[in-house]
Design a protein around this ligand. Structure first.
Ligand SMILES: Cc1ncc(C[n+]2csc(CCOP(=O)(O)OP(=O)(O)O)c2C)c(N)n1
Ligand SMILES: [Mg+2]
Length: 567
């Protein structure tokens, strides 16, 4: 350890202290005999607030949601059974670039050293299976010991924060109460400053290209939000009068009412003015661009060959690759170096006029999303799960809204667990969840935790009898895409007897308007019954194209009536 002042502290207490210093105020998870000792330290010190969840999967989603609003999130699970339950969510945090610290209370060191067979293991004499599994879905992992704990706790927390990726640590249950030497000073979350020469040359290269361009543009992926540079990008766009588009995974990262905001770029499926601005730009600056079939309109995206690719800690400009630079410092430097442009006018797009739907009409997806558009308010946290609710990407968000979704990882049910996390991180904001019946069934029980903590989200559930988005891939009428028809709107009552939640079962346009007029003073649950074959055309088109990619030309998707098609 360095010569900085140190003190003696119990390992568990130090871990909790470091989490708190890193801005984590809540810990999600499920107790187990291998982590109860740390939970007792949490109770005794009051360092963090415990939010027990119904499952570790939901805890991993909650920690992810929490981290998206808070900058860092954490969960506590027990050995093996808890850790493997959580691994889907932690894998998702990796795919989506979300910094989550997964702590597993694990087998006592005594048992590992003596080779004692223990429960929650494979009972094969090895204790490393779960560390090995997590090595594949995290940026760093470690089993703590009294010798390495002080250094490893700091390394793992800092790695998660710097890389915007999850980390995994095992805390053997017999060491949490042991005292070790730890630093007195607080943990500072910061990147090492950029290499001065690399920073200077990189800024000069980007600013030179941008200044010479006649049609510069910016393309933003989710990392712009994760690395906290959205306001810098808007400042740069403003200064250069350059249009900014986002990938669907980065919806709302750029304020959608910002005059230079163009819309979502998704290859050939983009609106024509968005596509043109991005594909014909003579200097496109992309931020954290990670093309996937679902973010590129099935690889129909075509960025200019000379696109500048900036990421959290490196940049590609032409043949040059710049390392040891941070995105924030790069953008600050570029903003100062580019001339202030006044001659390029922002792009104005006139919103399409709405259609009139009769109150007595049966609710359709078209009427639904139009009504939802008018329901959105500035500052909302807006969730979308997989499914026909992807129509939400077509809505225009008011200022200061935050979109939360799992576009890359796409694990159904993510949104319900993650909602608990965002509500915990920012209870003062209004949270709206758009979820399908199939996705909801995966993680529904976490609604009980949301009710238990008196949270007041609005949950919009589409009951269309199953997996409609999947019917667009394959199995339009097949029973494998059907699910049990729950009485969804009754669930608040089931999950909390004394609930004050307002529940609505909506069948017509008028029913929906009535539900939307309810005050947000308690949880609102809106179950909308819709046709199993109803979906907006962009959602169905994407499923239809996805099937061609997934199954190839000899796949079954072209057989008569096997695929729900866009109308
Ligand atoms: C964990 C997981 N399992 C399976 C899938 C495959 N999947 C993607 S969407 C979907 C159906 C979603 O149905 P629902 O939520 O009801 O939405 P709808 O399209 O009906 O509105 C399924 C099963 C997945 N994405 N994640
Ligand atoms: Mg459904």
């Amino acid at each position: 350890m360095s010569s900085s002042p140190s003190q003696r502290m119990k390992i568990g207490d130090f871990l909790l202290r470091r989490l708190k210093e890193a801005g984590v105020r809540h810990l999600f998870g499920v107790p187990g005999d291998y982590n109860l000792e740390l939970l007792q330290q949490l109770q005794d010190t009051g360092a963090l607030k415990w939010i027990g969840t119904c499952s570790e999967l939901n805890a991993s989603y909650a920690a992810d949601g929490y981290a998206r609003l808070n900058g860092l999130g954490a969960l506590l699970v027990t050995n093996g059974v808890g850790a493997l339950s959580a691994i889907n969510g932690v894998g998702g945090s990796y795919s989506e670039h979300v910094p989550v610290i997964c702590i597993a209370g694990s087998i006592p060191l005594r048992s590992i050293e003596r080779g004692l067979g223990m429960h929650h293991t494979m009972a094969d004499g090895s204790y490393d299976h779960f560390l090995d599994a997590y090595a594949r879905v995290t940026a760093a992992h470690a089993r703590l010991t009294p010798r390495n704990a002080a250094a490893e706790i700091d390394r793992l927390i800092l790695t998660a924060w710097r890389e915007k990726l999850p980390v995994y640590m095992e805390l053997p249950s017999d060491i949490a109460y042991l005292e070790i030497e730890v630093p007195v000073g607080a943990l500072t979350l910061a990147d090492p400053p950029s290499d001065t020469e690399r920073l200077r040359s990189c800024i000069a290269a980007i600013a030179g290209r941008l200044s010479a361009a006649t049609s510069p543009a910016i393309l933003v992926d989710a990392d712009a939000g994760r690395f906290g540079v959205a306001s810098d990008l808007m400042e740069l766009a403003e200064r250069m009068q350059a249009p900014v588009a986002v990938i669907n995974a980065a919806k709302s990262v750029i304020d959608e009412t910002f005059p230079h905001y163009l819309g979502i770029y998704i290859g050939k499926a983009s609106e024509p003015h968005v596509r043109e601005a991005i594909e014909t730009s003579d200097c496109l600056l992309s931020i954290g661009y990670r093309p996937l079939e679902v973010t590129t309109g099935d690889f129909s995206a075509s960025l200019p060959a000379n696109t500048i690719h900036a990421r959290g800690h490196s940049v590609d400009v032409g043949d040059n690759n710049y390392q040891a630079v941070t995105l924030k410092e790069i953008l600050r430097g570029v903003i100062d170096a580019v001339p202030h442009v006044t001659k390029r006018a922002p792009h104005h797009v006139v919103a399409a006029a709405g259609t009139h739907f009769d109150d007595s009409a049966k609710l359709t997806q078209a009427a639904y999303w139009q009504a939802i558009q008018n329901y959105l308010r500035p500052g909302d946290v807006i969730f979308v799960d997989n499914g026909t609710s992807y129509a939400l990407f077509g809505l225009k968000f008011p200022p200061k809204c935050t979109f939360v979704g799992s576009v890359n990882w796409g694990s159904i049910g993510y949104s319900v667990g993650a909602l608990l996390g965002t509500l915990t991180a920012a209870p003062e904001r209004r949270h709206l969840l758009f979820v399908g019946d199939g996705s909801f069934q995966v993680t529904a029980q976490e609604l009980s935790t949301i009710l238990r903590h008196d949270q007041k989200p609005v949950i919009f559930l589409i009951n269309n009898g199953g997996y409609t988005i999947e019917r667009g891939y394959l199995g339009k009428t097949e029973s494998y895409n059907d699910i049990a028809n729950w009485s969804y709107a009754d669930l608040p009552k089931v999950f909390r007897r004394d609930t004050s939640a307002r529940s609505f079962v909506v069948k017509t346009v008028g029913d929906l308007h009535n539900a939307l007029s309810a005050p947000n003073d308690t949880l609102i649950f809106v179950e909308s019954i819709m046709d199993r074959y109803d979906a907006l055309a962009p959602v169905m088109n994407s499923s239809n194209k996805g099937a061609d990619l997934d199954y190839g030309p000899r796949g079954p998707q072209h057989r008569a009536n096997l695929q729900l098609r866009a109308i």
